[in-house]
Write a protein that binds this ligand. Structure first.
Ligand code: SAM
Ligand code: SF4
Length: 326
């Protein structure tokens, strides 16, 4: 078990497999984003060794993210290797879905169980504007491939003022009337170079709920309004699916946070919205043994921060979202 100094049991690791991406969403990275040289990133054997170490420390849930995790070479072999690691119980992925058409089935066969697919609007023009060049039909094909492969599906939409804060939300939420999916709306968070844009475009959960209820009827709380992971869940009467809100900015869920992040360049990031990181890559490459690595990780986890500092204008500037792994 890995406890922090506030008594939180940290057992969920989100791994950024790469800082690269085949899209450039306006809320995530600048269009002229430069990426790290590959030798600065964790290699497959290093990654699998770290997964084994984290599993021995009590981590049992792992999520692959990025950047875009599906653009990483050997992704299916990596998932296979993770699934065979003792202690690893759940493997999920957050993806833009573009490559799921051909990868969903091999990933499911390799041991991945869940997928969160990002789709901010169903409108092809707006989708292109938000992602700078993406085609929403490709994501839709990816969603269908994920379903056919038997993966559990959640859809994620980041809401950006004047981009997708109106009918788009209602159209996305309407999917839950016909599908058993969870459609989650994410409040935009500020990072690095794109922080000004992000802060100007945040739409609060309260406003999102009002817009959806005006279009589809009242949203009934699921689980008595308790958090499900990071999302607060609701259901429209008679719907098989649920609607979730992830409101890290206006309603942070720090008390129940059980997660840590591993960046593609091998840093342990203890809070998405705080700059604190612990370098794991250097000791790993300098020959630290498993016990030494465990000591470094446990020490980092102990000092995991409590709460973000957005209200005090403390914005993490050292990285943008795609580098941390959302
Ligand atoms: N490329 C994959 C994708 O888009 O799903 C995985 C990486 S992406 C960084 C992970 C999640 O973070 C996505 O759901 C994305 O929409 C979300 N995200 C990106 N930038 C964000 C921001 N500034 N605030 C909130 N969520 C953000
Ligand atoms: Fe790429 Fe995902 Fe960031 Fe969009 S949100 S630019 S798909 S990493």
């Amino acid at each position: 078990m890995s406890l922090d100094r506030f008594g939180r049991n940290i057992n969920y690791l989100r791994i950024s497999l790469t800082d690269r991406c085949n899209l450039r969403c306006v809320y995530c990275m600048p269009e002229d984003m430069t990426f790290r040289p590959r030798h600065e990133l964790l290699q497959d054997d290093e990654l699998l060794r770290l997964v084994n170490i984290f599993a021995e420390l009590g981590f049992h849930k792992f999520r692959l993210t990025g950047g875009e995790p599906t653009v990483r070479a050997h992704i299916v072999d990596l998932v296979h290797g993770m699934a065979g690691t003792p202690g690893v119980e759940k493997i999920a992925m957050t993806t833009n879905g573009l490559l799921l058409d051909r990868l969903a089935r091999p990933l499911a066969e390799a041991g991945m169980q869940r997928v969160n697919i990002s789709i901010d609007t169903l409108d092809p023009q707006k989708f292109k504007k938000l992602t700078r060049w993406g085609e929403v039909e490709d994501v839709w094909r990816g969603i269908q491939a994920a379903e056919a492969a038997g993966l559990e599906i959640k859809l994620n939409a980041v809401v950006v003022r004047n981009y997708n804060d109106g009918e788009d939300l209602v159209d996305l939420a309407r999917l839950t009337l016909h599908q058993p999916w969870q459609v989650r709306f994410i409040e935009m968070m500020p990072f690095g170079d794109v922080a000004d844009f992000q802060l100007a475009g945040v739409v609060s959960e309260e406003e999102l709920r009002a817009t959806i209820a005006a279009g589809l009827g009242p949203l009934r709380p699921v689980n008595g309004g308790e958090l499900d992971g990071e999302a607060r869940l609701f259901r429209i009467d008679g719907a098989p699916g649920t609607i979730g809100f992830i409101s890290s900015v206006t309603q942070p869920f720090c008390a129940s946070c059980n997660r840590a992040r591993l960046t593609a360049d091998g840093r342990l990031r203890l809070c998405l919205l705080r700059e604190m990181e612990v370098d794991l890559l250097t000791p790993l490459r300098d020959g630290a043994d498993d016990d030494q690595m465990k000591a470094i990780i446990k020490q980092g986890i102990w000092w995991k921060p409590w709460g973000h500092g957005l209200a005090q204008d403390v914005i993490p500037l050292n990285r943008v979202m795609s580098e941390i792994g959302g």
